[in-house]
Each structure stands twice: as structure tokens, then as C-alpha cells.
Design a protein around this ligand. Structure first.
Ligand SMILES: Nc1ncnc2c1ncn2[C@@H]1O[C@H](COP(=O)(O)OP(=O)(O)OP(=O)(O)O)[C@@H](O)[C@H]1O
Ligand SMILES: [Mg+2]
Length: 476
């Protein structure tokens, strides 16, 4: 990862001050200077700086106003205000308005250099804290990769080998096989691990929104676009950008993502300039991308750029030897959370679990363990706790909704709703033989929303396809 020079913006109407600061600071930083505060605000909205140094008294728009506007458009950017000698009142007002620091004129260049150093350090720590927060927020998908099957050993070896490099990686596998977990592991194994890991859910929103979500937009780029936005690529600066469900990008956005992958350049919506970014890219797909290329739905050049290294996660049914280990892992993980540590699992139950087909893969297994912990009440999980007594057919028909009376009301209702939703979705797919587009039409919702619901329920449409309809029945 190349060390980026910090960007400093200086706003002062006096030429001599601009020249002095530029000379001193450009030894260490990239410096932009502005005489006109309005021009500065426009430029900073297009391309934010890491630290802004501004005079207190400026023509047209004074330093306080500049400060207020910057706090609104770029709240993370520290601002240092230069105040006139002997005016304590100016300094107080600047600090009250949210300046990071002030410096009374005249000052020695070293004083300014020190203040900027402090501001940059503050910014670095702040970014680190928000990266950590984000990680904690996403911690359900975090943690170690469990499984000692040869396939998982290969996956771990690949992560160790390519994680530390800046190469682009494509992670493939059915729903719930652990693609996001692998992406996070790649990030954690890289020198970027302290910087943000940013997830882009390519399937989650309409194209127009996705573009500005990804690349940001300039102020007023479209109606409703008030202040400028940096975009997820910008937020991932220095870190890893995870393009989840990359196959959902439409062809037009694929072209823009292609440029991002190739040139590491982005242009915000409504903007006229390309900006360089430093991100490592990891993408995930739950379909055969090469097939999508053949069908003209995915750009070939982008495919080859993403797939410099491919990590393919096999379905859980192809590595049943991982199941006992995973069950124990999830029993520990959720047992601790649910205040039921040290539950043991009956070997017979483990054996039966290993024989199931798990269309929702590891996610479905994890849900099953969590549910068994909640519903069972002994210190030992047996076949009954996993509802293995009944035939383990694809749940449909008239099975009763379970009433988890041991849970608080709200949580219990949420669970009941989840179960009902899963049943509805399975019926829908049975009826349409796994054709998601058709199912979405019947359900009266967008295909992408249905995909999201299916994923949450750990249901894979592929498992509902009948042999004679072929796998190409749906364009998923
Ligand atoms: N090998 C594994 N070890 C431990 N936990 C795992 C493993 N694989 C998956 N999981 C867990 O299973 C759940 C689903 O994994 P993940 O979200 O990474 O799947 P995914 O492939 O991204 O699925 P989707 O395509 O539906 O988004 C997560 O809670 C994850 O922590
Ligand atoms: Mg995922």
C-alpha cells in the first residue's frame, strides 16, 4: 500500500501568508492554497482535505462561516484557525464553533507544523476508531474460519498467501458458504487491517442510488442531493472495498467499476474530475460469473480483473466432515451469548446433522444450532433439540409454527415471523420451481428484495429447481 501524502488546504487572502505556508508545508504535505473562501469551499467539497488551515478574518465569508460550513460538509476534517494577535475572543469563538485548534498570528512555522501534526494524528485515530466500530457492528460475520476439510485447508492457505498482497480476489460460493467471512479474513491478513473494511451490497439497491452510494456525488448532483457525499469507495480509502454480490451490477455500472479496478480512479456523480483512490478490492458472487459473461450479462474484462485470484467455497454438503466442528463452534459462540455456556452435543445428533443436505449451507447450520440452544433446555443438545425426530424433508406442508415461549415476547414474535416467512418463501419457490423472477412477480416485490429475504432465511432457490427445467430457468 503506497504511503499517501496528507492533503492540507490553506485559506488566506494574504499572498505572503499563503506563500510562506506553502513553502514550509509542502516539504511534508500536498498543499492547496486559496485566497477566496467560497472557491475553497467548492473545491473542498469536490476533493476533501485531511486538514484545513483558515484565517479568521476573510473577505466575503469570514473564518467562522467557513468553519461552520466545513463542519457540515466534512465533519471529520479538523480545522485550524489563524487568529489575530491578542484577540483571545476570536480564539474562543473559533474553538466554540468546533475548530480543532487555533494559532495566534504571528507564529513560527514550527508551531503550525506541530498543530497540523496533532490534527492529522487526531484524524488518524478517529478513522481507526470508526473502522473498529464498523467491525464491531459487523461482528456477527466476523471471527475465525472453522473447518479442517481439505477444501477449507486450501481456503485458509490461500488467504494466508494472498491476504497480505494487494491483489484483487474473487470469492465464489453458494449462499451462506462464508464468502463475507473470507473477505474479512483477507482484510485482516493484510497490512490494511487497521483501515476500514467497507461492504458494498450490490444487490441491495436500485442502480442510480448504487452509483452515488459507491462513488459519492457532488453537491446538487441530482434533486435531493444536498451536501456532497464521499461515497463508499472514498470511505474505504487505505482499506478494503468488498463488492458483495458483484454479479448484480448492471452493465453500465460494471464499466465504472472496471475503471475503478483498473485505474483506481473514481468520479463522483455530477462531478467532472477523476480522483485517485487507494483501496484493495475483494468481490463475491454466488453464481458462476463466467456463465454470466457467456450470456453477455457480465463484462469479460471486469471478470478477469476481479478474478486475479479466485477462492471458491464448496457447499457444505460437499464437506460434511466440517459439520461437527462447526456445530461445536456455533454452540460455543451462541451459548456464551445466550448465557448457556458449556452445552455438549450428543454424538448421535452430530451424526444426523452431518447427513443433512443444508441448502442454506453454513448459515443455515448456524441458525439451526442457535435455535436448538434457545428451544432446548438441558445442558446437552440431542436429536430432539435439533428437531431431528421428524423426517428431515425440505420443510413444507403443514408443519406447525413453533412457539418459543421461553423467549421475551418481542423476540418470540420475531422468530415466529421468521419461521412463517421461511415457509411462505419455500412454498413460493416450490410453486415456481425455483424461478426467482417468477416468484418475485407472484409475491409482488422486486427480485432483489426477494433474493435478500431468501438469503436471510438461508434458502437457496437452486434447490427447488426440477431436473427437467434446467439450471438456466432463472437468471439469478
Ligand atoms: N467456515 C466457517 N466457520 C465459521 N463460521 C462460518 C464459516 N462459514 C460461514 N460461517 C458463518 O455463516 C454465516 C454466513 O456466512 P457469510 O455471511 O460469510 O456467507 P456468504 O457466503 O456471504 O452468504 P451470502 O451469499 O448469502 O451472502 C456467518 O454467520 C458466518 O460467520
Ligand atoms: Mg454474503
Amino acid at each position: 500500500m503506497s504511503e499517501r501524502r496528507a492533503q492540507i488546504a490553506v485559506i488566506d487572502d494574504k499572498r505572503s501568508m499563503r506563500a510562506m505556508l506553502e513553502t514550509v508545508l509542502s516539504l511534508t504535505y500536498d498543499v492547496r492554497t486559496f485566497a477566496d473562501p467560497r472557491e475553497a469551499l467548492l473545491a473542498l467539497e469536490r476533493e476533501p482535505a485531511d486538514v484545513v488551515v483558515t484565517d479568521f478574518r476573510l473577505p466575503g465569508l469570514d473564518g467562522l462561516e467557513v468553519l461552520a460550513r466545513l463542519r457540515r460538509s466534512a465533519p471529520e476534517t479538523p480545522v485550524i484557525v489563524m487568529t489575530a494577535y491578542g484577540t483571545v475572543e476570536q480564539a474562543v469563538r473559533a474553538m466554540r464553533e468546533g475548530a480543532f485548534d487555533y494559532i495566534a498570528k504571528p507564529f513560527e512555522p514550527e508551531e503550525m507544523a506541530l498543530a497540523i501534526g496533532r490534527a492529522l494524528e487526531h484524524r488518524r485515530l478517529q478513522r481507526r476508531a470508526s473502522a473498529l466500530e464498523r467491525e464491531v457492528a459487523g461482528s456477527r460475520g466476523r471471527g475465525e474460519l472453522v473447518g479442517s476439510s481439505p477444501a477449507m485447508q486450501r481456503v485458509r492457505a490461500l488467504i494466508e498467501r494472498v491476504g497480505p498482497l494487494d491483489v484483487t480476489v474473487l470469492v465464489t460460493g453458494r449462499t451462506g458458504t462464508g464468502k463475507e467471512l473470507v473477505a474479512r479474513a483477507l482484510h485482516a491478513a493484510s497490512p490494511r487491517r487497521e483501515a476500514p473494511f467497507v461492504v458494498v451490497h450490490c444487490a441491495a439497491m436500485p442502480r442510480e442510488l448504487l452509483e452515488s452510494e459507491l462513488f459519492g456525488h457532488v453537491r446538487g448532483a441530482f434533486s435531493g442531493a444536498g451536501a456532497a457525499r464521499r461515497g463508499l469507495v472514498g470511505e474505504a480509502q487505505g482499506g478494503t472495498l468488498f463488492l458483495d454480490d458483484v454479479n448484480y451490477l448492471d452493465l453500465d455500472l460494471q464499466a465504472k467499476v472496471n475503471r475503478l479496478v483498473q485505474e483506481r480512479e473514481v468520479r463522483p456523480v455530477g462531478g467532472d474530475r477523476w480522483r485517485r483512490v487507494d483501496v484493495r478490492i475483494v468481490a463475491a458472487a454466488n453464481v458462476d460469473l463466467l456463465e454470466a459473461v457467456r450470456q453477455g450479462r457480465f463484462r469479460e474484462d471486469l471478470y478477469y480483473r476481479l478474478q486475479v485470484v479466485e477462492i471458491a467455497l464448496p457447499p457444505l454438503s460437499e464437506r460434511p466432515e466440517d459439520i461437527p466442528e462447526l456445530v461445536r463452534h456455533f454452540a460455543d459462540k451462541h451459548g456464551r451469548r445466550l448465557g448457556r455456556p458449556a452445552v455438549s452435543i450428543e454424538p448421535e445428533a452430530l451424526g444426523a446433522l452431518a447427513q443433512r443436505s443444508w441448502p442454506g449451507n453454513v448459515r443455515e447450520l448456524e441458525n439451526a444450532v442457535e435455535r436448538a440452544l434457545i428451544l432446548g433446555d438441558g445442558a446437552r443438545l440431542d436429536r430432539a433439540a435439533f428437531a431431528l425426530g421428524r423426517a428431515a424433508a425440505p420443510a413444507s406442508g403443514g408443519e406447525a409454527i413453533e412457539l418459543p415461549y421461553a423467549l421475551p415476547y418481542a423476540e418470540a414474535m420475531e422468530r415466529v415471523q421468521q419461521q412463517a416467512a421461511a415457509r411462505y418463501l419455500r412454498r413460493l419457490l416450490e410453486r415456481t420451481a425455483g424461478n426467482v423472477s417468477e416468484a418475485a412477480r407472484l409475491a409482488g416485490m422486486a427480485r432483489q428484495s426477494l433474493h435478500r429475504l431468501l438469503r436471510r432465511a438461508g434458502i437457496d432457490a437452486v434447490d427447488f429447481r426440477r431436473a427437467d427445467t434446467g439450471a438456466a430457468a432463472d437468471d439469478r
